[in-house]
Design a protein around this ligand. Sequence first.
Ligand code: NOJ
Length: 717
Amino acid sequence: MNVDNLLKQLTTKEKIGQLLQLAPFYFDIDLKAEVAGRIRSLNIDREGIFMSGSVLGISNASEMIKVQQKYLDINKHKIPLMFMADIIHGYETIFPVPIALASSFNPLIAFQTARISAIEASTAGIHVTFSPMADLSRDPRWGRVVESFGEDPYLAGVFSAQMVKGYQNDGIEKIGNLAACVKHFAAYGASEAGRDYNTVDVSKTALYNMYLKSYKTAIDAGAKMMMTAFNVLDGVPATINKFLLRTVLRDQWKSDAVTISDYDSLKQVLDHGCAENEKDAAYRAIQAGLDIEMASVCYVNYLEELIDEGIVDIKKLDEAVLRVLQLKKDLGLFEDSFKGASIDREKELVRSKEHLKISKKVALESAVLLKNEQTLPLNKKQKIALIGPYAKSKSTNGPWSWHGKIEHNLSLEEVFNNNDINLTFVSDAENIDQLSQQNITQIEASEVVVLALGEDARLSGEAHSRSDIKLPNHQDTLVKLARSLNKEIVVILFNGRPLDLSNIMDSNAILETWFLGSRATEAIFDLIYGHANPSGKLPMSFPRTVGQIPVYYNHLNTGRPLTDNNQNYEYLSRFLDVENTPLFSFGHGLSYASFKYSDLEISQIEFDVDTTLRLSINVTNESQIPGHEVVQLYIRDHVAKISRPVKELKKFKKIWLEGKQTQTVVFELDIHDLSYFDSNGNETYDSGKFTIMVGSNSQETLNIDIWLKGVKHDYQK
Ligand code: NOJ
């Protein structure tokens, strides 16, 4: 198929149709009846529907086949529809939510889950997934942190890239692979106060050095599409933001990814106060470089008029349409319009034993042991009271798991019973008021109180921001009760965001499990009974109080930093009522093993821009318990033209250590690991001191200072 020739055969209206994305129900119209209901309210005719280019959200192979067949029967040029959907952390086999996946610090896992998601979703005839979400997230009030890889641009970049590679694998033309659509371009995670869809106002240096990095890494990994964000950037809605869509994406990053608006976000440009009407919105969008319009119809209704009036050059439309047709071609849809959709493959592959086994393996690596006073692992002889909203619940899939069915999951109670745990009391009470005096007597008969606490899956995700991020419904009263009864307390958390845990710190152990997916509770059981060793690390800081937010590890130093030596001085950047540090910092996560770091060595103390530095460190498992450890390398650039963060993750390696084993871990660093971007997006660096820090988390590291030579500072020129 020659897409240039195809383009030439299309009328302007047919071209514009390729830029429209609609939900499947639009195609379900009676061809003879009046256009009515939702279709009518969209103000688009029947002909327009059968000229549209792509479909949002499809449930299974038979639905896809039906829609595609009907469309091809009517569409004059037989240009197949492209099917897109939100396959975020699994199709029917559900994997840990992205924030949990990032906690694994194991990029291979991201690749593997994306692979399986693609294999399963492609059986439904889905061609593009709206994943990964590369938005850097620093505010846990924002419900969408659950879909993110956390607060660090490097970690989020590595995970986003692995997801892209996992989906697209050895080529999007092959059955079983999907094209990846990175989202939401850009800086959606910086919405003020964490309130979803809210204003974003970040500097260009913060953009280039923090917010843009993970999208860029995903684009460099070959992502075929990019979705715009709902927010404004520098006052201009991302959907019509020329700086983002042309300067950054096309000119600086040299990407030809197809761009798509978010749901209705082009029409929302009017609510932003940046277009007079839908015609104006269509004009600004095509000029800015938006290709596909999702769910609204500014292009369909006004682009032709704008071209006829000579206001928009048809070349701009052709460019966008060509990109869409090329993607259809790259996906192999002109050869096989029903590509992938197969009821037989669906039966064979979806939720296969092998996929579920991997889901459990991933879950085991994604939980984070936040606190442990040697209470965990438990032993099977102990008498357990299991209480809390997640004691009997199967709702471990989390947000964005619409194909996954929670009935397939097991509750903690079921898993405990399947393993013959001596349960003296089981209750899904959320707080002390829901327990009777008799219940309290039953709890007294236990040795350990296991509290399965958390947020309902509907408390995080899109449009689910919270201003209070403590455990809801007074769940902390269960900890207080167990403490007053002098029990050992193990808290298992199910939630989609970092929480303010300050009022449950009386617990002896806290295991953060986020939403671990289809095999969550079996994995949790293995972790708390020591059949597996926790190895997750936090991809996002947990605040001591909501008043500290945003609190993240890679902050700037300020001119008046608080240090270990100046605590008594008054005029410092700090709060009067709370420490500056978070309760649990980025990179934190405990193990049942204990790891010692020693012998940090570097190949050169002084280096120049062409040097590749080689670092080595010994990591020893001082315990007998084998386990994974995540060796983390941070840098600090002490002197630069712009203030640089006090710490930045640059490398990490997840290693396996047998009991008493020592391993030498080696890292290489070059100038790109030490450089930064100026406000025009140019990579730059300056002579002077850098500190390299290596350790088990962002706070406990062994350090070494090195010096970059040979780059002149302004005052030396
Ligand atoms: C809105 C969400 O912001 C986006 O992430 C998602 O991909 C689209 N809806 C499509 O469902």
